[in-house]
Design a protein around this ligand. Structure first.
Ligand SMILES: [Zn+2]
Length: 154
């Protein structure tokens, strides 16, 4: 059975650490993906990264209309020039939202749960969520893009 995992809340330092690569896609990773998926759906999120549940490893999941996509060691290989502003929130920063400018289209490469390398082009909300979640792996939060006076209270 999947478990609902506790979410690490800003300004916890775990959210500011750089995450490490995953060396092996094993049972533990697959279980973690199930638990993270369950947690994301329960909390009504569009994406979730491993640091947000307390693990500084390079794993993100995205909630798409076709189901949950898990990306292991995701790398954005290209950010297209055209950008757009969209309102973002984060399960680690409850009840706080702000406008963030991101590339409309990106190329991404990652390892899937079958240990296969996947390359894809993403656009729109899917591209935005990937960029937001990959930022988490670098210790970057969406509020870092907001002016100082628009930061959430600590
Ligand atoms: Zn987030």
């Amino acid at each position: 059975m999947p478990n609902i995992l506790p979410i690490i809340i800003y300004p916890d330092n775990i959210l500011r650490k750089k995450s490490i690569n995953i060396k092996k896609v094993d049972k533990e990773i697959r279980q973690l993906v199930l638990d993270m998926g369950h947690t994301m759906i329960a909390k009504d999120g569009v994406g979730l990264s491993a640091p947000q549940i307390g693990k500084n490893i390079r794993l993100i999941i995205i909630n798409t209309k076709d189901g949950i996509v898990a990306m292991i060691n995701p790398k954005i290989t290209k950010k297209f020039w055209a950008k757009e502003v969209g309102e973002e929130g984060c399960l680690s920063i409850p009840d706080f939202f702000g406008p963030v400018k991101r590339s409309k289209k990106i190329n991404v490469i990652y390892t899937d749960l079958e240990d296969k390398t996947v390359k894809l082009k993403a656009e729109g909300l899917f591209a935005r969520v990937i960029q937001h979640e990959v930022d988490h792996l670098e210790g970057i939060l969406f509020i870092d893009y907001l002016p100082k006076k628009k930061q959430p209270p600590v």
